[in-house]
Design a protein around this ligand. Structure first.
Ligand code: DX5
Ligand code: ZN
Length: 213
């Protein structure tokens, strides 16, 4: 299991210190939550702060867009050369076009599904994706409880990807800890995002390693 700590739970007064700490502690990706105050009821960071994160990170960025105007934000963040940019299917009229655009910029495209969105909604896109991100909380805030209906959903998606595009990874975001990571692994998940679990832990290396099962 690969681990992408969410910087949303970092101390923003000491952002460089915290980004360096998770990278030194052996994380696989740095998960960056971009919220616009419209698609979700919270507002986070833009290109100025994400550039600072990119400058401190020694691991690839995994940018999670929770915004209304996906294309605008893809253009804003593409120059930072993240590994992944993921956008919500619930907010995109032309997902296939946006996937092609992200790929043409040299970035791996990913789609995010809210807890209520069925995996069948992206069946015809799966062949063009590098990753699908399943939300296990309602997007907007760190520190929420894990919604366990993501487990049967991940199993279903895993079976679909094995048939359509075995190279496509499955990531889960929200309420992840050492208590549920084994269940996620059994369900076919490849990457977990963890914010409060990693940043509230006294030892970040121990926290990250407890998820790298
Ligand atoms: C929620 C964000 C998550 C969040 C995870 O909208 O997408 O990445 O920060 O935080 P935890 O692990 O605390 O649920
Ligand atoms: Zn996220």
């Amino acid at each position: 299991m690969k681990v992408a700590p969410s910087v949303l739970s970092a101390d923003f007064g000491n952002l460089q210190r915290d980004v360096e700490a998770i990278c030194e502690a052996g994380c696989d990706f740095v998960h960056v939550d971009v919220m616009d105050g419209h698609f979700v009821p919270n507002l986070t960071i833009g290109p100025v702060v994400v550039s600072a994160i990119a400058a401190s990170a020694t691991k690839p960025l995994d940018i999670h867009l929770m915004v209304e105007n996906n294309t605008f934000f893809v253009d804003l963040f593409a120059p930072l050369k993240p590994e992944y940019i993921s956008f919500h299917i619930e907010e995109e009229k032309h997902p296939h076009r946006l996937i092609q655009k992200i790929r043409s910029l040299g970035i791996k495209p990913a789609i995010v599904l809210n807890p209520h969105t069925p995996p069948e909604s992206i069946e015809y896109l799966l062949g063009d994706l590098d990753m699908v991100l399943l939300m296990s909380v309602n997007p907007g805030f760190g520190g929420q409880s894990f919604i366990d209906t993501v487990l049967p959903k991940a199993k279903k998606l895993s079976a679909m990807r094995d048939k359509i595009n075995p190279a496509c990874l499955i990531e889960v975001d929200g309420g992840v800890s050492d208590k549920n990571v084994h269940l996620l692994k059994d369900a076919g998940v490849d990457i977990v995002v963890a914010g409060s679990y990693v940043f509230n832990h006294a030892n970040k290396k121990e926290a990250i390693e407890s998820l790298q099962i």
